[in-house]
Ligand binder design. Sequence first.
Ligand code: PGA
Length: 250
Amino acid sequence: MTRRPLVAGNWKMNGLRASLNEIEAMGAAYDEALRARAELIVCPPATLIALARDIAARGGLGLGGQDCHAAPGGAHTGDISAEMLRDAGASYVIVGHSERRSDHGETDADVEAKAAAALRAGLTPIICVGETRAEREAGEALSVVGAQIEGSLPADAPSHVVVAYEPVWAIGTGLTPTADDVAEMHAFARARIEARLGRGGSEQVRILYGGSVKPSNARELLSVANVDGALVGGASLAAKEFIGVARAYC
Ligand code: PGA
């Protein structure tokens, strides 16, 4: 089973129109050798998706949103539906990022509904899970992530859904788990995805690692078994660094 690696940039609440230059530069650096080895997508703020559409397409890059509402439309001031993201030019959407779970109180049930909405709209959801530092120190990392997978993945999800393991304590901190801890978690996650989706499907599901990925540690983290790519925050804002992460596959 070969899973095409996916390197996804999560810009979070960063990026103005001037930042489209970085997407242009990413496309310019996304050469044939890299295209043969990994899929690259950028998830800018929603305000930039429609503006980035042609630039990303020229560079062979995909685009994603960072969140979506579960409903296709209606009276939800300030929210954005999966259908709107798709219409703007996205093909992916991140759901259940730990910053959404903590800043907006999103539950597993909310995340599952958002993932289902993404699939309904023809988007691929990147479903985020991950334990806090206190949970890891209490020896609960596997059980917490297992429960998040069980609660956040739609039971009938197709195998093109993406799961991202992002330990909360590794996000934006410069800290990363050991390769052994990543290997243990990703093998465990694959088994739990299999239990949720049924055999066959889970072998094709890509499981990304996220949390302080940068060019200097990408090769080690991305070569771990069952790590099928990266969800990159800070290091995805500049083309040079983002491409430096992806080059781990060359
Ligand atoms: P980071 O963020 O790479 O800046 O740690 C990752 C994420 O939150 O997706």
